[in-house]
Design a protein around this ligand. Structure first.
Ligand SMILES: Cc1cc2nc3c(=O)[nH]c(=O)nc-3n(C[C@H](O)[C@H](O)[C@H](O)COP(=O)(O)OP(=O)(O)OC[C@H]3O[C@@H](n4cnc5c(N)ncnc54)[C@H](O)[C@@H]3O)c2cc1C
Length: 354
């Protein structure tokens, strides 16, 4: 868990994907290639100093498994600190810091599988899914992949050329259904947003849920929650549905008062060193106190979505405001998102070193 080690790497290429999205690929030194080998669906944490601030964001790898120079697709968010920096300032040849791949939203291809996968993605949610599609088509010759992909209009579809090329190369194993919210289509089912109602109508017509072995959902919370509900109501086991949110709501603002005089004792171990903080039960989350003492502590989205800041509670109890990234089994085993956690018991001991 504490393995959020950044490595300086060179930017190998920056290519436009749409008016507001670029792909960025990284030149991974040969001695780090094993460390950077990814499972389709994983993301990297990318870090840069922007206006004097240490800024870190997660970006899903969109290249196929085994790619020597992993790439990510970054959509510009109006006013967004990191995406604006990437679009306006980052150049080919620059050095930027990245972590090895991380994350549990994964599909591990196996040559002998004869599976049928369905991904439901919207906007930049295509990035982890594209890696899965490329990898399944390449490494699972008997499996099929269907992609339901929602966007505003044709111009805003990220990786349109790549998806068309995959469709051309694997016409019998790859099906792509574009659903556009601001363009009309002769088939009304393919117009609008991918919401629960639309998905309900697709199941049983273009997709037979019982034949699907894995569902992969990546997009805004409304789409992901809606799809989860519809799939579960069709009897799809929870274990077959995998989802990832890129954004879980407004960021937790750092309001840390490291000098909190009253509060619980939080003892945390990070890379073998144990430190102690006093943390108010209703103040800033534990992560903010950790970073005040150990600026090398792991974090990225700070909104409960990426799990970079996860740790394991060994003594005591915490409460989490939000959790969009840990499974119930992980929570049951004591894992927490420190960016969302506040002490409940007077003493909490936790470790990032698991
Ligand atoms: C696991 C994971 C994988 C990700 N993969 C990708 C990827 O492949 N491609 C990609 O483009 N992004 C991806 N993201 C999102 C990415 O990490 C950043 O959050 C995004 O680029 C915005 O960062 P920013 O610094 O530009 O915006 P910020 O400065 O962080 O945010 C600006 C404003 O927009 C809000 N906001 C932040 N993110 C969003 C959002 N997604 N939608 C709506 N409002 C938002 C913030 O609350 C804030 O008000 C991923 C996130 C996670 C957790």
């Amino acid at each position: 868990m504490a393995g959020v080690e950044f490595h300086p790497v060179r930017v190998l290429a920056i290519e436009p994907l749409t008016d507001d999205a670029v792909s960025v690929s990284f030149d991974i030194p040969t001695d780090l290639s094993t460390l950077f080998d990814h499972t389709p669906g994983q993301h990297l944490i990318v870090r840069a100093t922007v206006d004097g601030q240490d800024v870190r964001r997660s970006y899903s790898i969109c290249s196929a498994k085994g790619a020597t120079s992993p790439s990510v697709g970054i959509k510009r968010l109006p006013g967004g600190v990191f995406s604006t920096f990437v679009h306006d300032t980052l150049k080919i040849g620059d050095t930027i810091e990245v972590t090895p791949p991380t994350g549990d939203f994964t599909l591990t291809p196996d040559h002998d599988n004869k599976n049928r996968y369905v991904a439901i993605a919207a906007g930049s949610g295509i990035t982890p899914v594209l890696s899965m599609i490329r990898s399944v088509l390449e490494f699972e010759p008997q499996s099929m992949f269907t992609l339901l992909y929602g966007n505003k209009d044709g111009r805003s579809v990220m990786f349109l050329d790549e998806l068309d090329a995959l469709k051309g190369a694997y016409p019998d194993r790859f099906v792509i259904v574009h659903v556009l919210s601001r363009e009309s289509h002769e088939i009304p089912l393919f117009e609008g947003r991918i919401d629960a109602e639309k998905l309900e109508r697709m199941l049983g017509t273009i997709i037979e849920p019982a034949a699907v072995s894995g569902w992969y959902l990546c997009g805004p919370r409304g789409m992901v929650d809606g799809a989860q509900g519809v799939l579960r109501s069709h009897g799809v086991p929870a274990a077959d549905i995998h989802d990832e949110l890129f954004y879980a709501g407004e960021l937790t603002e750092s309001t840390v008062a490291v000098d909190d005089v009253e509060g619980a004792t939080v003892r945390f171990t990070l890379r073998g060193r144990t430190s102690t903080a006093t943390v108010a039960t209703d103040g800033a989350p534990i992560l903010d106190h950790v970073l005040a003492i150990r600026p090398d502590g792991p974090f990225s989205c700070r909104s409960g979505a990426c799990a970079s800041c996860r740790a394991k509670v060994t003594v005591g109890e915490v409460r989490m405001d939000k959790n969009w990234s840990l499974s119930q089994a992980e929570v049951d085993s004591g894992q927490i998102l420190t960016c969302q956690s506040h002490p409940v018991s007077d003493l909490v001991e936790l470790t990032y070193d698991v």
